[in-house]
Design a protein around this ligand. Structure first.
Ligand code: TYM
Length: 325
């Protein structure tokens, strides 16, 4: 059976982009593949974190996975820092990564601008740790949003390089990018992706936003000129709202266009707001029903399963490169 792996950072609150670009696909994939879904807390500490809030966010992300349909009976759910082999392999991969390859990474450039006071070595080597995450589990497919494509490319490059240097060791992972929702844009600016780090909360709908707040954000979302509800290349804001609507309501864009033929933006936004509010209310009900103890239990059992895979792979890697006895 082919293996899937993906993860999310426990920073701030997850938003509709994380759901539609990543987690929604995970939920479908877990029926056909062996899946590993984890929380990348070692990646999160590349920017300053409050220890107490980091822990809370980590548990919130687990609860979010489960409330959105990731099933701990089917998928292995764990926290990155519980498996020491991630950091161990990252170190090894650092030694075959060129500085110039990391300097090219657009996320590093963006984050260096956002956190100019703390451009640390971890932030620079972030994509190497991500490659370690993926390669450690013999991953075939990595379901992510479009913004992770460049990091995935680096993982493939490092896997190939290692295999050439030390013999066949790593599977070359493929990205799995959904046809729709791979790049959900900001509600306040359809030229920028929806992002946890956005300066205005009107950029995103957080999964834990109060439904009334979410409704207001949608009614405020920027739109394009014209009044027809029809997707077009020169209407990026409408295209984004249609994509969100389509994925949340499980309707095609054509069906939604037909529903709103002859009606204006106000009606369309009201419809989208209702769909979103219902989605958030259902999600939050499930989220709130999951206790900390239940989440921790899932993590403990997930870590045990992940650890045995990681341990075996690490042994193979160390043998290949002449480390230890
Ligand atoms: P992170 O935490 O920034 O994002 C988590 C997932 O959400 C997707 N995503 C989006 N998709 C569509 N539209 C958006 N606006 C949007 N914003 C975020 C991301 O593409 C991602 O799939 N480096 C990764 C975490 C990571 C990882 C891994 C992923 C670490 N190791 C190994 C896969 C495999 C990250 O920062 O994602």
């Amino acid at each position: 059976m082919q293996r899937i792996l993906s993860g999310i950072q426990p920073t701030n609150k997850l938003h509709l982009g994380n759901y539609l670009g990543a987690i929604k696909n995970w939920v479908n994939l877990q029926n056909q593949f062996e899946c590993f879904f984890f929380i990348v807390d070692l990646h999160a500490i590349t920017v300053k974190q409050d220890p107490k809030i980091l822990r809370e966010n980590t548990l919130d992300v687990i609860k979010t996975y489960i409330a959105l349909g990731v099933n701990p009976k089917k998928s292995i759910i764990f926290v990155q820092s519980d498996i020491k082999e991630h950091a161990e392999l990252a170190w090894i991969l650092n030694t075959i990564t060129k500085i110039s390859e990391l300097e090219r990474m657009t996320q590093f450039k963006d984050k260096s601008r956002q956190h100019a006071e703390n451009i640390n070595v971890g932030l620079f080597a972030y994509p190497v740790l991500m490659a370690a995450d993926i390669l450690l589990y013999n991953t075939n497919l990595v379901p992510v949003g479009e913004d992770q494509t460049q990091h995935l490319e680096l993982s493939r490059l490092l896997a190939n390089r290692f295999n050439q240097l030390f013999g066949d060791t790593f599977i070359i992972p493929e990205p799995f990018i959904g046809k729709q929702g791979a790049r959900v844009m900001g509600l306040d600016d359809p030229t920028k992706k929806m992002s946890k780090g956005a300066s205005s909360p009107n950029n995103y709908i957080a999964l834990l936003d109060d439904p009334d707040v979410a409704r207001k954000k949608i009614m405020k979302a920027v739109t394009d000129s014209g009044s027809e509800i029809k997707a077009a290349d020169n209407k990026p804001a409408l295209a984004n709202l249609l994509t969100i609507y389509s994925l949340l309501a499980d309707k095609t864009i054509k069906e939604i266009e037909k529903e709103y033929a002859g009606r204006g933006y106000a009606d369309f936004k009201k419809g989208l707001a209702e769909t979103t509010v219902k989605f958030l209310a259902d999600f939050q009900k499930k989220f709130n029903s999951i206790g900390d103890a239940e989440a921790k239990k899932i993590l403990k059992s997930g870590a045990e399963k992940a650890r045995s895979v990681a341990f075996k792979k690490m042994k193979e890697i160390k043998e290949k490169i002449g480390l230890g006895f």
